[in-house]
Design a protein around this ligand. Structure first.
Ligand code: SF4
Length: 350
């Protein structure tokens, strides 16, 4: 690889996309951007990143803020376990490391929510430490460049690529080297139709030399997503509505949502008999169907929008009663945002 590294670095300096978290060695900003990008696309991540660092300026700022205020800023990004791990990491850094990210790969790797890729990215981008950062892009580039037929992302494939890159990573340019490989994967060595003629690695790329770019990398077959069926109750009574906070298990940990029940795929009956409201005293304003896709799960949600008066509410303590107008102050998941936005759109059009 040594022959193409100078070309790779020149290419990167000339072609790198101008992203808000580039051109900084501030470990806090790099950490925030890397956590956001773990499961969010670059374009979507930009505005969230700016919003996040404008609201929380350093590790101790996060550590000293209420959890709900952080989840509120995180709202819409999904995968809230990332935000919760950020809080834990911020607390550790604030209390045990004097508010500064340790300049040590092993210590970075030990922090919550930081896996092999993120640790190597922070260590190399912020501190110039020579660790290979394997994200999906670098794995694909590495597989093609080395002509690997091991399954993409398998232990064996990761080991070969990591060892190879760490033997060649330029000592004083580790951060730029990693960023350049990520950028090549994102913009040149794409999953379909890699643009090998524009690629600074082509001189030594095995797949290019053997014309096997379209065979590589070898990708494992994906598992079929699981289906879930849920009925949600959006109950409004005299300016109030009801929410429930999800527990700390399963998806959407600790976020608020309308009360819900699981159902069978085909069930269409009113699902909230004797639950919080006697159905005889409620008007059904609308019933809408939503399909919401998570990575390994498809949720088929039905939203029952109901209206009644406070006198008709039973089981008063089962859920949290809030004023309808204050709903935006609560951290909610993306499916809830769809529910709420729909109401806003409907109201507007009416
Ligand atoms: S030469 Fe082609 S296959 Fe090889 S790394 Fe570059 S874009 Fe990918």
């Amino acid at each position: 690889m040594d022959r193409v590294i100078p070309d790779l670095l020149i290419w990167y300096r000339q072609n790198a996309r101008d992203l808000p978290w580039r051109n900084t060695q501030d470990p806090y900003r790099i950490w925030v951007s890397e956590i956001i990008l773990q499961q969010t696309r670059v374009e979507q991540g930009k505005s969230f990143y700016m919003n996040f660092i404008n609201n929380f300026h350093d590790f101790c700022h996060i550590a000293n803020s209420p959890e709900d205020s952080i989840l509120r800023v995180w709202q819409g990004l999904g995968y809230y376990s990332r935000a919760r791990n950020m809080i834990k990491t911020a607390e550790i850094i604030c209390h045990d490391f004097g508010g500064k990210m340790p300049a040590n790969h092993k210590q970075i790797l030990s922090l919550p929510g930081i896996g092999a890729y993120t640790a190597a990215a922070i260590a190399s981008f912020a501190f110039g430490l020579p660790h290979a950062a394997l994200d999906g892009n670098v794995r694909r580039v590495g597989s093609r460049f080395l002509g690997l037929y091991e399954v993409l992302g398998s232990k064996q494939s990761d080991k070969i690529i990591t060892e190879y890159l760490e033997q060649h990573i330029p000592i004083n340019e580790a951060g730029e080297f990693n960023q350049a490989l990520i950028e090549i994967g994102a913009t040149v060595c794409k999953p379909q139709k890699p643009d090998c003629h524009s690629c600074p690695l082509s001189k030594q790329c095995v797949a290019y030399q053997k014309n096997t770019q379209n065979e590589l990398p070898v990708v494992a077959r994906k598992k079929a997503p699981v289906n879930s069926y849920l009925d949600y109750m959006w109950l409004e009574a005299d300016g109030y509505t009801w929410l429930t906070k999800r527990d700390n298990h399963g998806i959407w940990k600790g976020l608020y949502e309308f009360p819900s029940k699981t159902r069978d795929a085909e069930t269409r009956n009113f699902p909230f008999e004797d639950w919080i409201i006697n159905p005889e005293y409620a008007s059904i304003l609308s019933v809408k169907e939503y399909k919401h896709q998570l990575t390994h799960r498809t949720i088929y949600a039905r939203l029952w929008h109901l209206s009644t008066s406070l006198n008709n509410i039973v089981n008063k303590n089962e859920f949290t009663r809030i004023e309808s107008v204050s709903i935006e102050a609560y951290p909610v998941h993306r499916l809830m945002l769809k529910f709420i936005e729909q109401k806003e759109t409907t109201t507007h059009h009416d």
